[in-house]
Design a protein around this ligand. Structure first.
Ligand SMILES: Nc1ncnc2c1ncn2[C@@H]1O[C@H](COP(=O)(O)OP(=O)(O)OP(=O)(O)O)[C@@H](O)[C@H]1O
Ligand SMILES: [Mg+2]
Length: 316
């Protein structure tokens, strides 16, 4: 199956600023791709390029098989976009806004009324549907803006900071919706976010961008494997390890390091594959093992490790 998004050395400069440089990513259909990076990294610029709103100054990209440089209007019909500062008509009610944009995006007249009502309900806006958007809170506007991006049921969604400004309940509503759109409905989502916990929950793959350049790309598991030379695992013995266990760990070729605290051994082993071997060897010495827990690196660990690696790279 052809990927939904492919970029080839995609770049965009603004004067001296290289906002995006030689970007190479692929987003498979039906996946949630998380685009992470600090303020000014180039995330929004990338979204604007992929939508054909900005022309690239270098490279190429295809969205749903369409060239971003020449087929912007087609791409925009196939995608829903939540921009950083979504424009809604303040003087119109929420319902009127949805009718207006639904019509603009080509939802048929026969379908539109039902689509609008369903969307207002899904985003818990039906009670305020006839109020002017000028009277909405920030989070209500944000929900309406996401609703607007989804109204024409596009197969691809670009969401630039969808949960910024939302209260925890509304944020959960939106992340739940993103998960459903991808897992149940097979839609592709390109998600820019600073919320690493949300990204961890939602994203199949992530890219980390900084100062215009891609610093890491892959599934969180792949990135963890690339970024850490060893795997951490804790082994609960519910008591101080006997001397035979310490001697085994000291001399074990697959064990890089070990410490013990409160009857739990923290091990650094060569790879995930080393875990069963080391555990079997421990059991063979007579160790009583109550639990073996590999430490999962969170996306937050990965994000900061990538940035720390960059800082090292810059110094050298
Ligand atoms: N229209 C523009 N004119 C000049 N510079 C721009 C323009 N748009 C973006 N830039 C610059 O490009 C760089 C990347 O900006 P971009 O908005 O893509 O970052 P971002 O990753 O979305 O950041 P944030 O997390 O703050 O939203 C920044 O240095 C920004 O100042
Ligand atoms: Mg941005």
């Amino acid at each position: 199956m052809e990927p939904m998004i492919v970029t080839e050395n995609l770049g965009r400069s603004f004067g001296d600023i290289e906002a995006v440089q030689r970007l190479n990513i692929e987003v498979p259909q039906g996946q949630v791709f998380g685009f992470l990076g600090p303020n000014g990294a180039g995330k929004t610029t990338t979204v604007r390029l992929l939508n054909g709103v900005l022309t690239p100054s270098a490279g190429k990209a295809w969205v749903a098989g369409r060239d971003i440089a020449t087929e912007g209007p087609t791409i925009r019909r196939l995608s829903g976009v939540l921009t950083e500062t979504p424009s809604l008509y303040d003087a119109l009610t929420a319902r009127e806004n949805l009718f207006f944009f639904g019509d603009l995006y080509g939802v048929s007249e026969a379908e539109l009324p039902q689509r609008v009502e369903q969307t207002l309900q899904e985003f818990e806006l039906e009670a305020r549907g006839d109020d002017r958007v000028a009277t909405f809170s920030k989070g209500m506007r944000q929900r309406l803006a996401i609703a607007r991006a989804l109204l024409h049921h596009p197969p691809l969604l670009f969401l630039d900071e969808p949960t910024s400004g939302l209260d925890p309940a509304a944020a959960r509503l939106v992340t739940g919706m993103i998960a459903r759109l991808s897992r149940q409905e097979g839609r592709t989502v390109f998600l820019c976010t600073h919320n690493l916990i949300e990204a961890q929950r939602l994203c199949d793959r992530v890219g980390v961008i900084d100062r215009g350049a891609l610093r890491a790309l892959g599934t969180p598991q792949e990135l963890a494997r690339q970024l850490w030379q060893s795997v951490s695992v804790s082994i609960d013995l519910r008591g101080a390890p006997p001397a035979s266990v310490v001697a085994l760990l000291d001399g074990h070729p697959l064990v890089h390091d070990h410490t013990e605290e409160n009857g739990v051994i923290q091990l650094e082993v060569e790879s995930e594959e080393a875990i069963p071997t080391v555990v079997a060897d421990l059991a063979a010495t007579g160790a009583r093992i109550y639990a073996v827990t590999p430490k999962e690196h969170t996306l937050e660990d990965i994000y900061f490790r990538v940035q720390a690696g960059d800082a090292e790279g810059m110094e050298s």
